[in-house]
Design a binder for this molecule. Sequence first.
Ligand SMILES: NC(=O)c1ccc[n+]([C@@H]2O[C@H](COP(=O)([O-])OP(=O)(O)OC[C@H]3O[C@@H](n4cnc5c(N)ncnc54)[C@H](OP(=O)(O)O)[C@@H]3O)[C@@H](O)[C@H]2O)c1
Length: 336
Amino acid sequence: MRVWQISSFGVDSLEFVDRPTPSPDLGEVLVKVRAISFNYRDLLIVKGLYNPKLKLPRIPVSDGVGEVVAVGDGVTAWKPGDRVAGIFMQNWFDGPLTPGKARHALGGDIDGMLAEYVLLEDTGLVAIPEHLSFQEAATLPCAAVTAWNALSAGDLKPGATVLIQGTGGVAIFALQLARLKGARVLGISSSYEKLDRAYSLGLDAGLNYRENPEWDRWALEETAGQGVDLVVEVGGAATLPRSLRALRIGGTIAQVGVLSGPADPGPFPIASILHKQARIHGIYVGSRKDFEDVNKAISLTQLRPVGENFPWSMAREVLARMEEGSHFGKLVLTVA
Ligand SMILES: NC(=O)c1ccc[n+]([C@@H]2O[C@H](COP(=O)([O-])OP(=O)(O)OC[C@H]3O[C@@H](n4cnc5c(N)ncnc54)[C@H](OP(=O)(O)O)[C@@H]3O)[C@@H](O)[C@H]2O)c1
């Protein structure tokens, strides 16, 4: 089978190579991968910034979907032809995260989905929503589950206000899912064109943060001085201080991302955290149960993920596109 792997770090180091096609052993399922999607984490992993000590060679990418083509002895949950996705952390089925459950993350400490075939434990899969194409479903395992859990951290009441940052994979799922929960959504983006696309998905109000860097003040104005109930924080060090200022007293920051890099944010904003009685809730994707829950919501509402599709021969170019930040929603590769 053909796979993309890294033997050294760097987007240009992604190499298209042959590996033996595996066959399923006891409790294992062989999946023919039909589509994958990139997450910012995949870019960090390929560049060696996520875990510089990662063992190489490694097949990157957490998010992939496909068809079951063979099952090993003892597998009763799946049969050939089933449409499935791998779960991000292969050991996290339900309940709170533990160090043991955090091991075996696809495309991290074990090989990922950027391959023609993957062999997974029968417990490491979920069925994908029937109304979605493989390309649409490939967007779900990390970004949709993360957005779902970020919104759950806010314990949103109908009419609550959510602030999203940018228009990448997690942010656009947070927008779509927040609207399902009856929330009002404010969004900031580097681009008016992207804001227009976000309005078409239900964004209530938007601001270009390049031209108006004081988006915390704007969020306060938009909420009559009260502040937002929840920030889906993907910016990290450089955006957290403003996120806290944009928050209502007693509101929640769902701390998801690190897009602004490891830059020193200056003194940690202790005073804002106290004065806002803020809850800062770290998010680390989610469990198989979370994935099944978000899939139920997506199926019931016939939600359609947003992304752009490319052939998998363009893996390097598409990762470079993610680095530029010119995309909207998800970047998807069809595996053929
Ligand atoms: N904790 C977890 O479990 C988890 C799960 C998934 C992702 N993440 C993290 O969450 C972040 C987003 O991931 P993703 O896959 O959605 O990324 P992505 O699709 O690459 O999103 C990038 C977009 O975010 C916006 N952006 C970039 N820098 C920004 C900044 N300083 N302030 C506001 N917006 C900014 C830009 O949109 P505009 O051009 O519209 O501004 C950019 O196009 C990453 O740091 C990723 O590592 C964490």
